[in-house]
Design a protein around this ligand. Structure first.
Ligand SMILES: NC(=O)c1ccc[n+]([C@@H]2O[C@H](COP(=O)([O-])OP(=O)(O)OC[C@H]3O[C@@H](n4cnc5c(N)ncnc54)[C@H](OP(=O)(O)O)[C@@H]3O)[C@@H](O)[C@H]2O)c1
Length: 422
């Protein structure tokens, strides 16, 4: 996704699935619908239609030779299929971002959250295959990143409350059908999960290692965090659980910081973090919930407090902080992160177009002015800029501005535009 004149096709593979459908939506929202976009799924879906913004796309069967040089292929299929098809796409000259677990631990394939480890994307050459981390890993690490940068992190304990949509469309259908059945006093055999999901809570359905007792989801969170943090001994203790929620995961996190900090500092760092929105109203119980997080790009963080066992110690030595998170795992945990990664190959002119289409002529001029490069998503995460972005409440602010003099110029423009009520 390198420029407006770049007519590379975007191929969404698994376009009828939960993640595929959302990738099409994110592509439209982020201004990519001007490109040729193709939707692929299994033979059973050929001829159906899917939406990408105001366009209706006919779903095509994923054949042997659909990929061409220069294509950008966003994969939303299971790991087995991704393992078979993604290498073929790369061999045909496409760039692939894969949402499955197939390549996440392959040292040759970058595993990236733009807000956390953007440097792992740096070429040259631009990597032809990129892996999206697991949805639970993404939301946890986006939330922890401001604390990791400011204070270091020694240990993380996390309990997840995972929506059924994390297991795909069939699992969402199962929750709906089972809920109706239970309310009607009927029984329904579980299919998508080994356990009934309606009115129930159960440990994540992935296979359990008989030696350690950890399930695969828990193992993914640990292994992926270690890879993304470049810290093979990172101490993470997850317990992953499914809850009868359709969309958006939540997590109860206790993190031990590398050094002590005041709760005010912790809160400020989180509020300034990229991809984060703090919702933490102790009086009005304004907390993150899956409802609030649904269809939001940001990871919501609330209940920012000392772990209760810390309260007996002087504040100056406290290091264990507790958080409650909710995030739309279909968006930031999958589709949004995937599109961000695809953009990372160079969204420069694209960002300018978005600025112009959002009425930000000034911004576009600054970015286009002589001698001013546009910035890549490597810079998205800069907290000072994002702090301003979030407070001003304009989503465009979350992308594409610079550092140093350009950052200051950009901030001046934001402030004057906000004063003018743009
Ligand atoms: N759901 C989440 O929250 C989430 C989050 C992070 C990562 N992921 C990962 O993202 C991937 C997709 O998950 P999902 O939840 O979107 O699954 P899903 O709802 O079950 O969708 C699966 C997609 O794969 C397509 N597909 C199946 N067999 C195919 C074939 N032989 N050829 C071409 N397409 C085929 C399906 O097409 P048909 O409709 O034609 O069968 C459908 O479009 C998985 O690897 C998952 O682990 C999911």
């Amino acid at each position: 996704m390198s420029s407006s004149s770049d007519r590379s096709r975007i191929l969404v593979v698994g376009a009828t699935g939960v993640v595929g459908e959302e990738m099409l939506d994110v592509l439209a929202r982020r201004g990519h619908a001007i490109r040729p976009i193709h939707a692929f799924a299994s033979a059973g879906s050929a001829g159906k239609t899917v939406r990408c913004g105001d366009r209706e796309l006919a779903v095509e069967e994923l054949g042997e030779s659909v990929f061409r040089p220069g294509d950008i292929a966003l994969f939303g299929v299971d790991a087995e299929l991704a393992r078979r098809v993604a290498p073929r796409a790369v061999a045909a000259g496409a760039r692939v971002v894969d949402n499955s677990s197939a390549f996440r631990l392959d040292p040759a394939v970058p595993l990236v959250i733009p807000e956390v480890n953007p440097d792992d994307l740096r070429g040259p050459p631009a990597p032809a295959l990129l892996a999206n981390p697991n949805c639970s890993t993404i939301m946890l690490l986006v939330a922890l990143e401001p604390l990791r940068r400011a204070f270091g992190i020694e240990h993380v304990h996390v309990a997840t409350y995972q929506a059924v949509s994390g297991a795909g469309r069939a699992a969402m259908d199962e929750l709906r059908d089972q809920t109706r059945a239970v309310l009607d006093g009927k029984d329904l055999e579980p299919r998508a999960f080994p356990t009934p999901c309606a009115f129930n809570v159960f440990p994540h359905e992935s296979a359990v290692d008989p030696l350690t007792g950890a399930n695969v989801e828990e193992q993914k969170v640990v292994a992926e965090t270690r890879r993304i943090w470049h810290q093979p001994d990172a101490a993470i203790d997850p317990t992953c659980v499914r809850v009868p929620v359709l969309r958006a995961h939540s997590q109860a996190v206790t993190a031990t910081l590398g050094r002590s900090a005041s709760l005010g500092e912790i809160r400020d760092r989180l509020a300034a973090g990229a991809g984060i929105r703090v919702l933490d109203d102790r009086i009005a119980a304004g907390w993150p919930t899956p409802h609030r997080a649904s269809r939001q790009d940001a990871v919501l963080i609330g209940r920012i407090r000392w772990a209760m066992s810390e309260l007996d110690r002087p504040e100056a030595v406290r290091r264990r902080v507790a958080l409650w998170l909710s995030a739309d795992q279909i968006l930031k945990g999958a589709a949004l992160n995937a599109v961000q990664l695809a953009e990372s190959a160079g969204p420069r002119v694209l960002e300018t177009q978005r600025a112009q289409s959002a009425g930000w002529a000034d911004w576009a001029r600054v970015e286009n002015g002589p001698g001013t490069d546009l910035l890549s998503p490597y810079d998205y995460h800069r907290p000072r800029l994002l702090d301003c972005c979030v407070r001003d409440g304009n989503r465009y602010f979350q992308t594409g501005m610079g550092t140093g003099k350009r950052l200051h110029r950009a901030l001046e423009l934001i402030r004057s535009a906000v004063r003018r009520g743009v």
